[in-house]
Design a protein around this ligand. Structure first.
Ligand code: PLP
Length: 425
């Protein structure tokens, strides 16, 4: 039997032998006729079950705490009770936190559209009348990149570290180029690397010199999505930005998509008073108010900040074994061959795996041909272009754990074969 050693250290004969063994394992995998999917970060059915009370709430009730009839138009800022539940976790004062529609991605998209058409506070011209660009920490969230591609906004990749984006790279880019108007930030359990921005990084981002209409798109999608007891203290980016003399720099986004029901949840927007006023002015032309009955349902389900924490603990109980399964599979199958490096995130929805340079696309293709759908390689980079062709995003939340194990094992088989091919080429 072949004994594992780092593939990169093998001589050609040993590599050929390994390749033959991997090819045989791959043929067996293909013959198994699997049909598995680990592409997107969706909650599993048993996670969705945690919020099933939403299906019968608000149970005849239709007034908020102030007695307002929520069945009617109005209340553009959203239910104060719901905003209060999330204010602490997001570190945004209730008065500056709006509860809106069902998707934070929609708010991000529309905020950029409004900035393109009208400009933002502090800016001289609408973004759309300038040739503008955004900084995109990589690997990052593909749908962020898609918004910018759709609007024709140039993206400049910047490297991610374990404590957030490389602030020196960010600072030197911003200093050299005032066409940079925005930057994507997923400050807590970043998609896909799980990185948590340190306070030092956040202070640097809010204080470094930049164009007056430069904005941090602070997508705090995973603020309460912990997978361990080792939790980052929430960072008050608005206060730090104000302290640094740039109160209008952060625009905060979040949602209950992975708290309750994706697509039937509630999204939030938070910012400085000036930005909130700008946002409200734009939003007033778009809508006569959000779905406040859905917000009421959410208040009844979650009750308060403690209720939110307790609810997220139930998610954690379901998710922990799945993230452990990823770590175990890679440890057992990839590590002995030196075939990958990955993170063990303390929260969020993803694991980021780096395979041998030049092997990610091939590995994902081989997995697909064996009936295992994985997020396309390159998706975590602007324009789908991973210059090293090394990064693969693993989304372990959706499948039942047994299916996940089978999919991961098959993916490892595909990765080993792809790497042996790369090294023999
Ligand atoms: N932001 C990040 C970082 C995400 O990973 C996701 C979903 O995967 C979203 C936003 C989508 O949010 P929403 O469902 O609120 O549109």
């Amino acid at each position: 039997l072949l004994s594992p050693a780092p593939l990169a250290d093998l001589d050609t004969a040993a590599l050929r032998e390994a390749h033959a063994a991997f090819a045989q394992a791959y043929d067996e995998l293909k013959a198994a006729g699997l049909a598995l999917d680990i592409t997107r970060g969706k909650p599993s059915a048993d996670q969705l079950d945690l919020s099933n009370d939403l299906l019968h709430l608000p149970d005849g009730a239709y007034r908020d705490a102030a007695g307002t009839d929520l069945r009617n138009y109005g209340g553009p800022n959203g239910l104060p009770e719901l905003r209060a539940i999330f204010a602490d976790a997001l570190r945004v004062p209730v008065a500056q936190l709006l509860a809106l529609g069902n998707s934070s991605l929609t708010i991000m998209h529309d905020t950029i559209a409004q900035a393109l058409i009208h400009g933002v506070p502090g800016g001289e011209l609408p973004w759309g009348r300038q040739s503008i660009s955004f900084l995109a920490p990589v690997p990052g969230y593909d749908r962020h990149f898609t918004i910018l591609e759709r609007f024709g906004i140039r993206m400049i990749p910047v490297p991610m570290n374990e404590d957030g984006p490389d602030v020196e790279a960010v600072a030197s880019l911003l200093a050299a180029d005032d066409s940079i108007k925005g930057m994507w930030c997923v400050p807590v359990y970043s998609n896909p690397t799980g990185a948590v921005y340190s306070e030092e990084v956040v202070r640097a981002l809010v204080s470094m010199p930049a164009a007056p209409d430069f904005r941090l798109f602070w997508d705090n999608a995973y603020a309460v999505h912990h997978l361990s007891d080792d939790r980052p203290a929430p960072i008050d980016v608005l206060a730090l930005a104000a302290e640094a003399g740039n109160p209008d720099r952060p625009l905060i986004f979040a949602s209950t998509s992975k708290v309750t029901f994706p697509g039937a949840g509630v999204a939030f927007f938070g910012a400085s008073e000036a930005n909130v006023a700008w946002f409200q002015h734009n939003a007033a032309a778009q809508s006569i108010g959000p779905d406040k009955l859905n917000q009421l349902r959410h208040v009844q389900l979650l009750k308060d900040a403690d209720g939110l924490s307790a609810h997220m603990e139930k998610h954690r109980t379901i998710l922990e074994p799945k993230f452990a399964a990823v770590d175990t599979a890679f440890r057992e199958r990839l590590a002995p061959w030196g075939a990958g490096t990955w993170n063990a995130p303390k929260g969020g929805y993803f694991v980021s795996l780096d395979v041998l340079d030049g092997s990610a696309k091939r590995a994902v293709q081989l997995a697909k041909e064996a009936g295992i759908a994985v997020t396309p390689a390159g998706a975590t980079f602007p324009y789908g272009d991973d210059p090293r062709d090394a990064n693969i995003r693993i989304a372990p939340t959706f499948p039942p754990v047994e299916e996940l194990r089978t999919a991961l094992d098959g993916l490892c088989t595909a990765i080993l074969l792809a790497e042996a091919e790369t090294l023999l080429a």
